[in-house]
Design a protein around this ligand. Structure first.
Ligand code: NI
Length: 472
């Protein structure tokens, strides 16, 4: 049957129209898809969450997150790992409340920096609004490389947590993926701020200087969780009087007394909390456990349970993957099972740590008492107590504030006051209180020993009594 000409044209037109429509829909969708991808890439650095997220915080009340990138960083497994690392290492054995983590502290530092920017710096000529996300990311991630019981660990295995912070930010990690999403070269910029090698001096000074968000958070947080009253100072006041300058954050002269209070609180916290002799005793034992385990491993000692997590540390070929697997839960697990080891030193030290049966201590002056130390060493050997593990000198030292001393091993940027006439003056020139402690390093040495073993007179009673006489 012949199709009438009119109908034939009508069908052709329909097919053509449908084809055009179909093609149009495909193209429109392509544009949408491309647009979505490109838009995301272009604006991820500026993307805000549809609703602000808040973390309840005992120190700052709330930690506010509006930026998508910050929220994504908090969710990475490398950042979540910080929940399993305590902020104050062995201090919980002295101040039982000190169980807070590096996760808490990192969020706190982020929040202080966010408030500096959003509440005080924003809109000021000297502040570059383009540095906001860089500063927030560096604040959040500044302690990312801390390992379990950092201090003792770094001593025994001879590495620096700052190298691991850098490795996590730049390596094949979830954190690196988020930072890369912000823009090419962004992970490197964040790492440079944390390493203090960035040319953005103002940004660096907000996170690490003699008055920075890091210290302002840990002083208040550690005071809160230990329950001491020393670490308190008026941070609200300090934030209000901070002003951005090209090289660093400066403080308006009217805020000087709040800064004095902050410096004194730091001074007090160091001696009352951070260098507490009992926490140091626990740290001495922890260090010796790690030394002993490493020594036994090198001697091919047959552990009842293979210390898998430690092997690359003992062999000094730690990969980033090994490092990230080790947290305080893992370490404490090994201390538990090592209480059943055949090696009496490892077993004893682990029992001491787990059950808080710590070493006692005596004041010690290394300059005057080195002969006494040599004598004690000999007597310990005679008594059958290995002095390498049971007679330990531990030193702590702090410099609460220092003015600028060019060429010194640790050059510190001093705190500058912004005077009413616009001049800058170094803090200790204006403040008598700060001047009194400026540049004064205080060092404290203690000698640690196991009083219980020395009191046990079932063996070597005579020698042990000589040791006790020397120690007392
Ligand atoms: Ni910190």
């Amino acid at each position: 049957m012949l199709v009438p000409k009119v109908l034939y044209f009508s069908i052709c037109r329909k097919i053509l129209r449908n084809f055009v429509l179909f093609w149009y829909i495909i193209e429109i969708n392509k544009v949408r898809v491309i647009g979505k991808g490109a838009g995301k890439r272009m604006t991820y650095s500026m993307e805000k969450l549809s609703e602000e997220k808040v973390f309840k915080d005992p120190v700052h009340r709330y930690v506010h997150v509006q930026d998508r990138a910050i929220w994504d960083l908090v969710g990475t497994k490398e950042f979540q790992r910080l929940r399993r690392i305590k902020q104050l290492g062995t201090t919980f054995l002295t101040f039982h409340g000190a169980e807070h983590s590096r996760f808490n502290h990192s969020l706190g530092v982020y929040e202080i920096v966010r408030r500096m920017i959003d509440d005080v710096f924003d809109g000021r000529e000297e502040w570059n609004a383009g540095d906001r996300l860089l500063t927030l990311c560096a604040a959040l991630l500044h302690d990312l490389g801390h390992g379990p019981f950092s201090h003792a660990f770094e001593k025994v295995f001879d590495f620096d947590h700052e190298d691991f912070t850098r490795a996590i930010i730049l390596g094949d990690t979830e954190v690196n993926k988020v930072l890369n999403h912000v823009g090419p070269g962004f992970p490197e910029k964040v790492a440079e701020v944390i390493a203090k090698t960035s040319e953005k001096k103002l940004v660096v000074s907000m996170i690490s200087s003699q008055i920075d968000a890091d210290r302002m958070d840990y002083l208040q947080r550690d005071a809160y969780f230990t329950g001491v009253s020393y670490g308190q100072f008026d941070m609200e006041r300090i934030l209000r009087v901070m002003r951005p300058r090209e090289e660093q954050v400066v403080i308006k002269k009217s805020g000087m007394h709040a800064v004095e209070d902050y410096i004194m609180s730091r001074y007090q916290m160091y001696w009352q909390v951070y260098f507490h002799p009992v926490s140091r005793s626990a740290e001495v034992i922890l260090t010796k456990i790690l030394h002993r385990a490493k020594q036994l491993f090198k001697e091919n000692y047959a552990f009842k349970h293979e210390p898998h997590h430690f092997v690359s540390f003992f062999c000094e070929n730690v990969t980033l993957e090994d490092y990230l697997k080790l947290d305080e839960a893992v370490i404490l697990y090994y201390f538990q099972i090592w209480q059943e080891e055949d090696d009496s030193i490892l077993r004893d030290l682990c029992c001491r740590f787990v059950n808080r049966n710590l070493f006692k201590y005596a004041e010690f002056d290394p300059a005057k008492e080195y002969k006494k130390l040599a004598q004690l060493n000999t007597l310990f050997i005679k008594a059958g107590i290995d002095p390498d593990y049971y007679l330990v000198v531990d030193s702590s030292s702090d410099l609460p504030y220092d003015f600028y001393r060019p060429g010194e091993e640790e050059e510190r940027l001093p705190i500058h006051l912004l005077m009413e006439n616009g001049e800058l003056r170094e803090l200790s020139r204006e403040s008598e209180i700060v001047d009194a402690i400026s540049g004064k390093r205080r060092t404290d040495h203690k000698l640690y020993y196991p009083a219980d073993l020395l009191a046990d007179e079932s063996t070597g009673a005579d020698i042990k009594s000589q040791i006790r006489d020397l120690l007392e």
